[in-house]
Design a protein around this ligand. Sequence first.
Ligand code: ADP
Ligand code: MG
Length: 595
Amino acid sequence: MPIHVLPPEVASQIAAGEVVERPASVVKELLENSIDAGAAHITIHISEAGKRLVRVSDDGNGIPFDEILLTVARHATSKLNSADDLFNIQTLGFRGEALASIGSVSHMTITSRPVDSSMGGRLQVVGGQAGSLESVGAPVGTQVSVEDLFYNVPARLKFLKNPSTERRHIDELVTRYALAYSRVQFRLYHDERPVLMTSGNNNRREILASIYGVEVARQLLEVLAEEESLSLSGFISPISLTRSNRREIVFFVNGRPVQDPALGTALVQAYHTLLMVGRYPLAMLFLQLAPDLVDVNVHPTKAEVRFKNSDQVFRGVQRAVRRALLAYTPVPFLGIGLHWHPTGMANSPARGIDPTWTIASDLQEHPASSSEINPQEGDAGSYQAHLAGVGISILRLVGQIASAYLVAEGPDGLYLIDQHAAHERVLFENLMAMWREATSPIDGSLKSAIPAQVLLQPVTLEMPPASARLIETQLPALSQLGFQVELFGRSSFLVRSIPALLAGMDPAVALAVIVEDFEEDETPLQAETEARLIARVCKSAAVKAGQALSVEEQRALLSDLEACQSPRTCPHGRPTMIHLSVDLLERQFGRHGAR
Ligand code: ADP
Ligand code: MG
């Protein structure tokens, strides 16, 4: 094939590939334009997760009639004049590419009226071909409708994830902008259903509450710091509030959301030694630097930036976060007798659900500063080897301490068993077995029912929008587990029954526990989903630390644990037991070699 210049439609589709990856990318570009236009109110309508329609309306300064056509020309922008300006960018946009790109892969309609015009203009663009510009009546501001995204790029359509994932990307994006631009009122609708409404009154905690729920929002710690050339504000989680991945770590640099693994690492390091391995904080941090200290022109969707003095920025973030963490009265996790204090804990519940449990597991992870009793190391090896031969052998119950741990004598020394983790494991294996029994191995349909308790009075539950979407997608799986839940209003649910295992538990708490952490998987396999749901049910049903058990109950728990296939960890991977070998005891007592 001889070298030839590509036809403009092809060239612009190639360029669009960089900017428009999925419906959320369209939402991002349109939102940024509205923010750049100084809008005070931004309304976003989505249908069919953005595949059918993304419409963003604002009351910003509008586009003059004779400039509307230019908005869809490539490299046409009102935000940049010369290359020098690139180092002094005060707006979110500057590349002049978004509308051209979006227009080339959709049916796009731009309607706009500046405040000083009596009429507005409307332009339709179909697959990159601009139609004629019409004069129309329109409110002040701009509305951009993007329909049938990727209708002419079937390959892209195929790459889109399922609607709930695409919707989640949009929700996440909009909530992040709503947080960053808390003086702007955002309204987000999915298929005409309101999903997020912010007040625009600059109250970030209020927005956090609508994302994470009131309880989590209340716990988040505020960060406010001036560091050399950097000013920093935002929220971080206390050490009692963690996630199993970094998804909830969000940075904005000069008002732009950025993905910067190094910034994330700086943040996580500030929590060093304070979090369990594999747990991550939540954070939304807004960094403000002089524009000439950040290069924003290093990424097509402007998702990455380059700092002139990156070390200084990372140190600044670390110092500010560490200071905020230390200023907050830390929950002590190394001391003795501080743990399961029901009254003391009431004020700082971890995730608002089961404080004692989280604190207890923190203790395991930092066992009195001695790594020797960490079950993952050292002596555990011999115990594991022992298990691999014979299965778990009989543990002799010695007693219960602190209403949280069972003490037992085993094959080689002392075993401390976390009663909650152990019970979780026992319940998990039982319920999984029940589940397998009840479910057809062929098509996953329900052969028989898992016992459920029907509530005398159905309970209405109001959920934060993100959790509501999630519950919606899991309704069938939940019903198989015994949760009869119906959507009732836009993010309320009617709970008719709960699993019999959770009988007596507050249905709101039961459901909340189960949904938590669930957002994490992109598209979890169905079987995995169920295992995780079951793990969460067990977490809520298991006996708590702080619960005194009768000797009979203690014995039963030990022998149930012994019968488990994986007795050493709870369904969430935390250890159920700590082993202190006779050898270790002898060393600790200075008797080593005396035997
Ligand atoms: P960029 O934002 O990088 O300039 P875009 O393609 O996103 O490029 O937009 C092109 C131009 O269209 C912008 O520079 C701006 O002048 C105008 N524009 C786009 N959206 C809006 C809006 N919502 N309100 C006012 N002007 C807008
Ligand atoms: Mg733009």
